[in-house]
Design a protein around this ligand. Structure first.
Ligand SMILES: NC(=O)C1=CN([C@@H]2O[C@H](COP(=O)(O)OP(=O)(O)OC[C@H]3O[C@@H](n4cnc5c(N)ncnc54)[C@H](OP(=O)(O)O)[C@@H]3O)[C@@H](O)[C@H]2O)[C@@H](O)CC1
Ligand SMILES: [K+]
Length: 507
């Protein structure tokens, strides 16, 4: 696995080192690197915001403020109506801030906000560019800076666009109770920052665009990180091509245990997602009441019925399967729980555990110790809480996720916007695909089917989980090309999967 194809999530210190390494080894003057970053920002900005909106740029006196000044100049060149507001001790600004201030002064007169009396009225429809603080913020933001941030947060601005990162939001952590800019869009440099991927910082990140400002590839390759952001190039590199003479047995055999009376839809979704993700042979184990439903909706799957007519209870005979998925719609009846225990004890192949399987396991945590090697847990936040207890904040949640992966020697996929995948060796991958429309019933059942399919096809557990997670999200994103988020239903994800896989497999 070549993790270098992912975007590495750097600490503020690593970002500073990348900056310095690029300046020394490219080599490039620091002011020219700032110009390059600002030019890339403006290129992204021009794609989204038209000239009929007034742009107010708020700049601090560090290099983030320097970027803001360069961006203001480039937007003036592009005929935007621009106003610039400065905060802080201008005399003590960084050298690149000073150079950009000098260049701008011939074109417009920036306003120094020494007091809120000077703070401008932000009109309904204005655009605000936030360049007060970037990755250099090191403590809670207070005083005039905080007043200014709070005024912008309360304003009628149409959009607030952060340069690199919202002011006051640290790269790795938020600083206490200081003020943090609320932004609708962040255009960040080179790679996402950890805080930008956490749900609690959604209002401080908004839409996230990552732009390549050409920091040293050599440095990026060499630096060791534990946190990664998935890219298409990385997912492509994980895909296993089908052999010319492949037969259905080569593409793996899956068993999925799913469904109960009234919840057979979960089984159908998992089955169809598994088939569309390339499994060679699929057997569905369902209660008697689900046999006709599966046979008529999904003729490609073989069906094994339980003696019990309403719930799943018979999980034996596991010969010949390469991967086993269990959980969607199975319920938490005692009979089902007993059989899950038996299934965990007897399986020699990796298992994907989701939904009610996880709910049963949270009531019988000792069973988790017997999971077959390479198993994958795919909880949503509710199931995760039942497994590990409450968390204080998102950082604590990630720590609990990593701890669980290490303790169980399993892959733990925590679902949500930017789903996270934790590995037993302490790595954490953030998904880059998906949208809020996917928060809909059955979406998780589809994912279970996908992970099971990739596992059966011979992907290692981590690769199977990452590919499934990315494909699942990309299928949701593809749906948005023709439908609203509100209209997305889980089966749309299955409908879009063939095209997603086709595009990923194209060179
Ligand atoms: N990475 C790259 O490759 C590139 C990075 N670039 C840009 O550089 C940005 C990083 O710039 P930066 O390091 O100068 O820090 P920045 O965020 O502007 O401000 C730091 C200043 O604020 C101060 N300060 C801190 N906390 C404070 C607080 N709470 N309240 C008050 N003051 C506080 C702190 O002072 P001190 O802590 O020393 O007192 C310092 O003076 C980065 O985000 C990107 O936009 C691009 O130009 C080119 C390529
Ligand atoms: K900023």
């Amino acid at each position: 696995m070549n993790s270098n194809l992912c975007l590495k999530i750097f600490s503020a210190e690593q970002t500073r080192q990348a900056d310095q390494y690029t300046i020394t080894h490219e080599p490039i003057a620091s002011i020219d690197l700032m110009e390059r970053a600002s030019t890339c920002f403006v290129q992204a900005f021009l794609r989204d915001y038209s000239k009929d909106q007034s742009v107010k740029v708020f700049c601090g006196t560090g290099n983030n403020g320097g970027d803001g000044l360069a961006i203001a100049r480039l937007l003036l060149d592009a005929d935007y109506h621009v106003e610039v507001y400065l905060l802080g001790d201008v005399e003590k600004g960084t050298p690149d801030f000073q150079s950009n201030l000098k260049k701008l002064k011939g074109l417009l007169a920036p306003v120094w906000v020494s007091d809120m009396v000077v703070f401008p009225t932000i009109e309904n429809g204005d655009l605000v560019i936030d360049a007060l603080f970037g990755s250099g913020v090191s403590r809670p933001v207070e005083g005039i800076y905080a007043e200014c941030i709070e005024a912008i947060n309360r304003s009628m601005a149409k959009d607030v666009i952060a340069v690199d990162i919202a002011s006051g939001l640290g790269c790795e952590t938020r600083y206490g109770k200081g003020a943090v800019m609320e932004v609708s869009h962040t255009i960040t440099f080179q790679s996402p920052k950890l805080t930008q991927l956490l749900p609690e910082n959604d209002v401080h990140t908004g839409r996230l665009d990552v732009i390549n400002i050409g920091l040293s590839e050599e440095f990026i390759r060499s630096v060791a990180v534990q946190q990664y952001f998935l890219t298409e190039a990385f997912i492509k590199s994980l895909l296993i091509p089908r052999k010319k003479y492949a037969h259905k047995g080569d593409a793996g055999r899956s068993l999925i245990v799913a469904g109960s009376f009234g919840k057979m839809g979960a089984a159908v979704l998992a089955a169809q997602a598994c088939l569309r993700s390339g499994v060679g042979l699929l057997t569905m184990q369902v209660p008697e009441c689900g046999v006709d439903i599966l046979q008529s909706t999904t003729p490609e799957a073989m069906v094994r019925a339980d003696k019990n007519s309403k719930v799943n209870e018979k999980f034996d005979d596991l010969e010949g399967f390469d991967a086993i998925g269990v959980g969607p719609g199975i319920g938490t009846e005692d009979e089902t729980a007993k059989r899950l225990k038996l299934l965990i004890g007897s399986s020699k192949v990796p298992m994907v555990l989701d939904a009610d399987a996880l709910n049963i396991l949270s009531q019988h945590p000792t069973w988790l110790e017997y999971l077959p090697k390479g198993s994958v847990l795919t909880p949503h936040p509710g199931e995760f809480t039942r497994l590990v207890g409450e968390w204080d904040d998102d950082a604590h949640k990630l720590a609990l996720q990593m701890e669980l992966a290490q303790r169980l020697d399993a892959i733990v996929l925590l679902k949500g916007a930017h789903s996270t995948v934790a590995t037993p060796d302490g790595r954490l991958f953030f998904n880059s695909t998906g949208n809020p429309g996917m928060a809909t019933g059955g979406s998780g059942d589809v994912l279970t089917g996908m992970v099971t399919a990739f596992l059966a096809q011979g992907y290692d557990s981590l690769s199977a989980t990452l590919v499934a997670c990315f494909v699942h999200g990309r299928a949701g994103d593809l749906f948005l090309a023709e439908g609203a988020e509100e209209s997305l239903i889980a089966s749309d994800l299955i409908t879009k999967t063939p095209l997603v896989l086709k595009c990923l497999k194209s060179r």
